[in-house]
Design a binder for this molecule. Structure first.
Ligand SMILES: Cc1ncc(COP(=O)(O)O)c(C=O)c1O
Length: 397
């Protein structure tokens, strides 16, 4: 029997833009393969380390201190000061913790608040990709339009020529550009020169740069350079502790930028959540503000690097073409053409016959077709088994 919700067709009465959003392929594919017996899942971008003890203690201490009242909307003074210290110390970018930083509920809330604060219906947002699939639906929910720029032909780096061409074409209707480096899904990051070349073009426009640098602490072959280093007055920086300190479930992100913009985005933040949670902010302050927090990331990073090298070497030998991932914890590999398979068919076949789950590249938008994304935020033992299974698969197909 139909429920009242079904018979009255209430889903059709929901926000029309929400109705038009397609389900995200990462989670639908992950669900599709999760029940395969013995499956090794290298699908999600979720660190496999435990949260460091001193960071946990900070959360516990906050609870024991009855730190149970509403925090200031932009976050506790302590977490904002720790974030300002972290950004200055690590990337030489300088923010006033009183007016230029907000602690959000994960980087996700920072993405959502920022895009809601920046865009009006009809605005365009430049989106170099393949990229993290969260940006597009949020942009579209606001009635703004995505202008996808395919970076695949240039090893997944946006070129100044591509940026200039997009600006020449769409002019003043472009409200913002959404960048992400080190990148999910490619692991590719930008050099200082590449950033500077893009910043030099953007400086002559009034386009707002939203730079998602959540993987900034996980760079293996070069130090991270922030976009704000070259264009501070026009850039909003997103960061957080989810990836750097394996704290995805604590839900603390950081948003930093010029006071005039942050002041208005803080209103969106207040409308969404009032403020982040006190114990989680206490833990994030410890992670970002302490010397020990810095060492935690170093040791996780050393482990990720070993895994990256192992997976990269194995898959390259098996015939995959892979842009060398300089950061994050993903391998974005081109599926050998000799197999004559789409990325979706390959990933499904690999999961079913060899119990290894990776995500089809098309999930990350234009430029991702024909690729797969493997997350090496998994134990070395699982990665070794997965690579052995992949080797057998490639030898028999
Ligand atoms: C590029 C990128 N930005 C943001 C996020 C979300 O971060 P958080 O868990 O802090 O909301 C992720 C998570 O996978 C990501 O890959």
């Amino acid at each position: 029997m139909k429920t009242q919700t079904e018979s009255k067709n209430l889903t059709k009465r929901l926000n029309t833009r929400l109705q038009a959003i397609k389900p995200d392929m990462i989670h639908s594919f992950d669900n599709e393969v999760s029940d395969i017996p013995g499956i090794i899942k290298l699908t999600l971008g979720e660190p496999d380390f435990n949260v460091p003890e001193h960071v946990k203690q900070a959360a516990i201490q906050s609870i024991m201190d009855n730190d149970s009242h509403y925090a200031p909307v932009p976050g506790t003074v302590k977490v904002r000061e720790a974030a300002a210290h972290f950004l200055a110390n690590r990337y030489d970018i300088h923010y006033d913790p009183k007016t230029e930083i907000i602690a959000t509920v994960g980087a996700t809330e920072a993405i959502s608040d920022t895009l809601r604060a920046v865009t009006n219906p009809g605005d365009k947002v430049l989106l170099p990709g393949p990229t993290f699939p969260l940006y597009q639906p949020i942009i579209e929910l606001n009635g703004a339009d995505v202008v996808a720029i395919n970076t695949e032909p240039n090893q997944f780096v946006l070129t100044p020529e591509q940026l200039q061409a997009a600006i020449d074409k769409d002019g003043d209707t472009i409200k913002a550009i959404m960048l992400n480096f080190p990148s999910n899904p490619t692991g590719v990051t930008y050099t200082a020169n590449q950033i500077k070349a893009l910043a030099d073009i953007l400086r002559n426009t009034n386009i707002i740069v939203i730079s998602d640098e959540i993987y900034s602490e996980l760079t293996y072959d070069q130090s991270h350079v922030s976009f704000a280093h070259y264009l501070p007055d026009q850039t909003l920086i997103l960061n957080g502790v989810s990836k750097s300190h394996a704290m995805t479930g604590y839900r603390v992100g950081i948003l930093a930028g010029p006071a005039a913009l942050i002041g208005r985005i803080n209103l969106m933040h207040a409308f969404s959540v009032t403020s982040a949670s006190n114990p989680a902010m206490a833990a994030a302050a410890e992670a970002l503000g302490s010397e020990q927090g810095r060492h935690d990331t170093e040791s996780m990073k050393a482990e990720y690097k070993k895994r990256r090298d192992f997976v990269y070497d194995t898959m390259t030998k098996l015939g995959f073409t892979i842009p060398k991932p300089a950061g994050a914890f993903y391998i974005f590999a081109k599926i050998p053409e000799r197999l004559h398979m789409t990325d979706y068919d390959f990933c499904l076949s690999l999961a079913k016959t060899s119990q290894v789950a990776v995500i089809p590249g098309a999930a990350f938008g234009p430029g991702g077709e024909g690729y797969l994304r493997l997350s090496y935020a998994a134990s070395m033992a699982n990665l070794k088994t997965a690579m052995a299974h992949l080797t057998t698969y490639m030898e028999t197909h």
